[in-house]
Design a protein around this ligand. Structure first.
Ligand code: ZN
Length: 172
């Protein structure tokens, strides 16, 4: 995080060049960060002494780097640091402004925003709940009406039967 921040402030793009992990538990034991204009992509994965193609581009071959190692005393130790870059450093205004303080401020702003959103969410939920209650009351009322209609129809049934019988004439 430090080197990433440093790279932004200084005006280069950080790149993870290598990462050594413990064979036992996969914990990171050492890491090498460099400048993205380091450039010799093919050789990075190999061990030292691999063949590096000399290139003419000025973009490449920057030696700036930092190497950190997890020490036996359980501390991260910087074992190597190359400060110089072989190319001009360009700080973009946006990156330069975004210092750690600004990031903290942004996190604070986002936290406040999140809190407001949560409050809004709770209010929406409340509205939704009361709406659901209204819908339930409505459907209850409709169910009651349907029941009334059905009952009314039942009341007509004997009358209908009577009418039918009177049409067929007296049974006796
Ligand atoms: Zn560089």
């Amino acid at each position: 995080m430090f080197y990433d921040d440093y790279s932004r402030r200084l005006g280069f793009v950080m790149r993870v060049m290598s990462c050594r992990r413990s064979e036992k538990d996969g914990r990171i034991l050492a890491r090498r960060f460099g400048c993205n204009k380091e450039g010799h992509c093919l050789s990075i994965r190999g061990k030292f002494g691999s063949v590096r193609k000399p290139r003419t581009s000025t973009r490449e071959g920057c030696k700036a780097m930092i190497h950190v190692k997890y020490d036996r005393s359980s501390k991260w130790v910087i074992t190597k640091f190359v400060k110089e870059h072989n190319h001009p450093l360009v700080v973009s205004p946006r990156e330069a402004r975004q210092t750690l303080d600004e990031k903290d401020k942004r996190i604070q702003e986002l936290t406040v925003e999140l809190r407001n959103k949560k409050r809004l969410c709770a209010a929406y939920k409340e509205q939704l709940d009361s709406f659901a209650k209204i819908v339930e009351e409505h459907s209850n009322r409709i169910a009651k009406k349907v029941e009334n209609v059905v009952n009314n129809l039942k009341e007509f049934e004997p009358i209908e039967l009577e009418l039918l019988q009177s049409k067929q004439g007296p049974l006796f």
